[in-house]
Design a protein around this ligand. Sequence first.
Ligand code: SF4
Length: 481
Amino acid sequence: MASRFSGALQLTDLDDFITPSQECIKPVKIEKVKSKTGAKIKIGEDGYFDLSGGKEQKLQKVEITLADCLACSGCITSAESVLVTKQSQEELLRVLSERKYTDSKGVKRDVNLVVMSISPQPILSLAARYKLNVQEATNKLTGYFKKLGVDLVLDMRIAEDFAILEAQQEFLERYHNQQNDPAGKYLPMLASSCPGWVCYAEKTHGSFILPYISSTKSPQQIQGSLVKQFLAAKRELLPSSVYHVTLMPCYDKKLEASREDFYSEILSCQDVDCVITAIELEQMLSNEEKSLADLECANLDWPWEASDESGVWGHAGSGSGGYSDGVFMHAAEQLFGVTNPSMEYKNLRNPDFRVVSLDKDGKEVLKFAIANGFRNIQNLVQKLKRGKSPYHYVEVMACPSGCLNGGAQVRPPQGESTRDLVTHLNSLYRSLPQSEASENSLVSRLYTEWLSGRHSDKARALLHTQYHALEKSDVALNMKW
Ligand code: SF4
C-alpha cells in the first residue's frame, strides 16, 4: 500500500469516520484451497507465500485505491491505512512547486489554473484558532494561498445555493411521488451532503436505505462541476489542466472527492483533485512556523461575472448548511401555502436529534428532523426499518453537532471543551450574512446560461449523483485462514 499520508491525518483521532473497523471488503477473487487446517502463509522478504498446496506459491499483491475505501470502512477507520496520496497538503505543495519549476524553465505547464474553494466551516474553525474575525481569517487565508501560488481563491456560496435549490425541488417531487405511490420509497428524503453518512449507508444498509437519500450533489461536488466545467470553459482551458482544491471540515470529503461518480471519462479528470482540511492548514502554517494572524491579506476572487459578490455566507438553520430549514420553508410554502413558518426545533432524544413540524388545520402536515452523529443515525435507520419513521425529511450528518464539529476542524485548545468551541463556532456561523438561495440572481442566470434550464438533463447530470449498495460478499481482501 502507498504510505504518503498527510501528517495531520496520522495524528488526529478520526471520529468523523464511519464505524469502528470492519473487515475490508475490496472484492478480490481468491482461489479457495480446500483444506481442513486452513492455509499456511509464510512471510518472506519479497512478499507473502501460500504453503498450503505443498509447495510455495507467491501471493498476488492487491492494489487498493482511495476509491476502494469508499466500499469499506476497514481501511478508512484506521489512520495508517487511509490512502490519501492525492489528498494531502504535501500533494498540493508538490503541484504548486512543480508549476513554479516549469514556469522558471519556460516549460509548458501541465496545470494551467490552480483553484482553491473554501467552505465556511473551516474558515470559522481557523478564525477561532487564530483569534481573528471571520473577514480577517478569510482574507489572510486567501493571502496565504495566493502566496503559495494558487491562482483563484473562491467562496462556495453559489454551490451551496445550488445544493439547497436542488434539494428543495427534489423534496417536492418525492412528496408528490409518495402521494401517488404510497408503497414507494420516496420519503423521508435523507440529506446527501455528508459523505461520512452516505458511505456508511452504502456499506451498512445498502439497497434498503439508498432510495431515500437525496440525489442532489454536495456543495463540494457542485463546486467541482462549476470549476471544471463552467469556469474552465469560460477561460478556454482544458478541465484536466485545472487543479481544483477544496478546504473542508472533515477527511470524509477527501473520500467523496475520490468517488468514481465524480470522475469524468470525457474530461479525464475528477471534479475536485485535492481536499485539505482546517487541521492540515494549521499544520502547514506550523511547519512554516507561521501564524495565520501574521499573514498578508488578499481578497477572494469572483471569476463568475463582472460585479464582485465574493464573501463568506451562511444559511438559516444548522451550521451544516441549513438543509432542513431550507427544504422545510420551501415545502411549507409550496405545498401548504405557509410562508415563514416557525422553525422551532424540539430536542428529541438529545440536542443532536431535533425535530420541527408544521401543523395545518389541526393536523401535522410536515415533520423534519436533524440527526447528527452515528448514535442518532443508527436510531433513525432502525426506525425506518421498522416502518416507524414519522419524518418527511432528515438532515443527516455523521459528526455530533454537524459540520462545525467536523473531524478535521482544529481541536479546542487545552482548557476549552469541544462543546464550548462548537458553541463559539455556532455563534460565528450565525453572525455570517445569510444567503437566500432563491434570491441568488447569479444562480438563476447559471441555470439558464450554463445548465439550459432548471429541469434540464444537463442540470440533472451536473447537480445530481447516484449511490451504490456495497454489500459484503464472500470474496474479501481480508482472507481468514
Ligand atoms: Fe464531514 Fe460534515 Fe459529515 Fe462531519 S457532518 S463527516 S464534517 S460532511
